[in-house]
Design a protein around this ligand. Structure first.
Ligand code: OXD
Ligand code: MN
Length: 595
């Protein structure tokens, strides 16, 4: 099949990949409905995908990965910059020459009896000055069908690249033998290149997502004056029709998708408030012509964790999965070919197939302590399905950001919300982000895991240089910079129960954040930052939460924070010379304020 572009850089690279992988057949993915329909039919005929109930879940497909291949593999993920120090202490590193030499024989002839699909895609709306082009070659139809949802895929993507540019990310993926011992997810930031082999799980193989839009893009952003962040983007529409946009970064399992799609409490919706989703996982941010920071969501769909998603926790996410969605590793209800996962409802299907493919009696299986769906089972849903998708979702200029929110899961230390004193202090607040392990997970409870800006597994270069880039961006943005906040929905009482109701009620905290951005509400200065006066958090209509509860949620325990400061000092030591002096300054200032 003929190439879809005149661009010689693309065609030369594709020829090299064909010569290396030696596929039986080569298919360029043009993005047409006919071609995708054919691929779906083929995948269904081979059993790679299973068709679901056409009436209840129109256009939806099911896929199961191997039990050894169900999550991202951080220990097999590498940043191969030429110099080791450029990858930094938080990434696995290997010399690029050595890594190419090791992987090349693994790719040699790997597609011999297979088809190679060549996928052009755009991260970001086609025509956006913030968008970037990637080309992924793969031997997996599952990858093609997922990329069709997660990106703007097909010939149109080349419009952004043009006929001469070399600025595209080269992604090579082969599922090979799906051998976990030979699994590698490798980024070569200086070559705009990603090589992924021996996995067929989304996060490792949808190369536009974590590999490109975070690891490679964070490196590009540093060199080109923008930022790639592990952040949701949402718009808050006020009764007067004005919409304020915020981004938020949380480590995994802290509810990013839920916050991105929240439905405000009744008191707010009655007054005319509404939340619009722009993105649930990744934000690309760049100063716009007016000097403010603008964000696009480079993705075109949601690759969300299924278990826990239900009409209460996230009505909009669930609604997004009701058509044209791919489900991976959830359970099947064989009576009507629909899907089920833990906490979808209290009725596991009797005639079920669990995620590994075994037919079981759902209620008995669950009662015996088994899980029908894998805890990291996923839905891949088109963004356009989301009932609250922002009208600005496809705006090539992006949306102007008023606030950046950091957060983690802390039982006692962090208050419900606080605001940083300024951008530099806000960068410090992001750098000390952390979550505590909970009783739900194995291992010790309350162990603090640092995850700066939620970027620990996703920063494509040295974290010290990354913080320096944040500080630099603050200087460029000056007084137009977004205000920076920290939130914690997870404070617990003496019984270990969460105090704050979370979910839609997080709107009450966003409300204060927006007021702070507009300068319409006062704050109290504490050693860690500005906090709300308890009465400024709206508790109207909340059951059992009073202004006194809020005061408690806002309390700052100086002894705990002194311990925290010691932990930060220890953590910062890792970064040696590369730790910006501003960061150690901020730590010293915090210690002084606590003394
Ligand atoms: C994700 C992740 O899948 O952060 O989004 O792991
Ligand atoms: Mn993520």
């Amino acid at each position: 099949m003929a190439t879809l572009t005149k661009n010689p850089n693309v065609n030369k690279w594709v020829d090299e990949m064909i010569a290396l992988c030696k596929p039986e057949k080569v298919v360029w993915i043009d993005g047409s409905k006919e071609q995708l329909d054919e691929l779906r039919a083929e995948a269904i005929s081979t059993g790679e995908m299973i068709k679901l109930n056409e009436e209840k879940l129109p256009g939806c497909l099911y896929h199961r990965t191997l039990p050894n291949d169900v999550a991202r593999v951080e220990d097999r993920t590498f940043i191969c910059s030429r110099k080791k120090e450029d990858a930094g202490p938080t990434n696995n590193w290997c010399d690029p020459k050595e890594m190419y030499a090791k992987l090349t024989p693994m790719y040699d002839g790997v597609m011999k009896n297979r088809t190679m699909y060549i996928i052009p895609y755009s991260m970001g709306p086609i025509g956006s000055p913030l968008a970037k082009v990637g080309v992924e070659v793969t031997d997996s139809i599952y990858v093609v069908l997922n990329m069709a949802i997660m990106t703007r895929m097909g010939a149109d993507a080349f419009k952004n690249l043009g006929d001469t540019s070399d600025d595209f990310v080269r992604g090579l993926h082969s599922k090979a033998d799906v051998d976990p011992e030979k699994r590698y997810i490798v980024q070569f930031p200086e070559d705009n290149t990603i090589w992924s082999i021996n996995s067929a799980y989304g996060g490792n193989v949808l190369l536009g997502k974590k590999c490109f839009a975070l690891r490679i893009a964070s490196y590009q952003g540093k060199n080109e004056g923008w930022m790639a962040e592990h952040m949701l983007i949402l718009g808050i529409e006020k009764p007067n029709g004005e919409i304020k946009y915020v981004t938020a970064a949380f480590p995994s399992a802290c509810g990013k998708t839920n916050l991105a799609m929240l439905i405000p409490p009744e008191g707010y919706t009655k007054r005319g408030y509404k939340v619009w989703t722009v993105g649930d996982d990744i934000a690309w941010l760049k100063p716009g012509p007016d000097g403010r920071l603008y964000a696009i969501n480079p993705e075109n769909g949601f690759f969300g964790v299924a278990p826990g998603t239900n009409a209460h926790s996230n009505y909009n996410a669930l609604a997004s999965t009701r058509k044209n969605t791919i489900f991976t590793n959830v359970a099947i209800n064989n009576d009507d070919m629909t899907v089920w996962w833990e906490k979808l409802d209290n009725n596991p299907p009797v005639n079920a197939t669990e995620w590994k493919g075994e037919k079981v009696n759902g209620p008995e299986y669950v009662a015996a302590g088994n899980k029908l769906a894998h805890p990291n089972s996923r839905f891949t849903a088109p963004a356009e399905n989301c009932p609250c998708i922002s009208p600005e979702f496809n705006n090539p200029q992006g949306v102007p950001i008023s606030a950046i929110i950091f957060g983690g899961r802390r039982a006692k230390t962090a208050p419900l919300v606080y605001q940083s004193f300024n951008w530099q202090h806000g960068t410090f607040v992001g750098s000390i982000m952390a979550s505590e392990t909970t009783a739900a997970a194995t291992g010790a409870v309350g162990v603090v895991r640092r995850d700066p800006m939620a970027m620990l597994p996703f920063c494509g270069y040295h974290m010290g240089d990354y913080w320096a880039h944040w500080l630099e961006m603050g200087k460029i943005l000056g007084d137009k910079a977004p205000k920076i906040f920290n939130v914690n929905w997870f404070r617990t009482d003496e019984n270990g129960d969460f105090i704050w109701p979370g979910y839609g009620d997080n709107m009450r905290v966003l409300d204060w954040i927006i007021d702070r951005c507009e300068g319409t509400v006062d704050a109290v200065e504490t050693p860690i930052g500005y906090e709300p006066k308890p009465e400024d958090i709206n508790v109207e209509g909340l059951d059992g939460i009073t202004t006194e509860t809020v005061a408690d949620l806002l309390s700052v325990d100086k002894d705990l924070w002194k311990e925290e400061a010691k932990g930060i000092e220890e953590f910062y030591k890792k970064f040696g010379e590369k730790l910006p002096k501003e960061m150690s300054e901020e730590l010293k200032n915090l210690e002084a304020r606590l003394a």
